[in-house]
Design a binder for this molecule. Structure first.
Ligand code: MG
Length: 161
């Protein structure tokens, strides 16, 4: 079988008051946070779905259902760690991943080096293998109105033998 596989992930979470804002495993200071059963780290969720998709391992909701109290308030870094374990159990290594965060505010660029460091450590891969990008949506749509944030990700995985 062809040894390289790609996967794509996409996620959205609502922005509300009174929640902390976690993106790519890093907490950002902001007046609003993302709402969800876990810590609602929309970027990690998109990345998990890209990795799972590449390995034909269903999706994040299948492995960590929001009906399960075990994942209430869960640190998404732990979900990502588990996803990487599932892939390695199936004989895959992670080649690289590229994540895009869509948010009007706050400014994400200053946090990207810390985010890359965090993801590389959780995923046990080189920092060079992770790319994180951020874009506004020009004040258009739900992200532009700051009703929510979206993230998409692609990942490449491979079998080394
Ligand atoms: Mg999610």
């Amino acid at each position: 079988m062809f040894p390289y596989r790609i996967g794509y992930g996409y996620d959205v979470h609502r922005l509300v008051e009174g929640r902390r804002l976690w993106l790519c495993g890093v907490e950002l200071k902001h007046s609003l946070g993302l709402l969800g059963h876990s810590d609602a780290d929309v970027a990690i969720h998109a990345l998990c779905d890209a990795l799972l998709g590449a390995a034909s391992l269903r999706d994040i909701g299948y492995h960590f259902p929001d009906s399960d109290a075990a994942y209430k308030g869960a640190d998404s870094k732990l979900l990502l760690k588990e996803v990487c374990r599932l892939l390695r159990d199936k004989g895959y290594e992670i080649g690289n991943a590229d994540v895009t965060i869509m948010a009007e505010r706050p400014k994400i660029n200053p946090h990207i080096p810390a985010m890359i460091k965090t993801l590389a450590s959780v995923m046990q891969i080189d920092e060079e293998a992770i790319s994180i990008k951020a874009t506004t949506t020009e004040r258009l749509g739900f992200t532009g109105r700051e009703d929510g944030m979206a993230a998409s990700a692609v990942a490449l995985i491979y079998k080394s033998e």
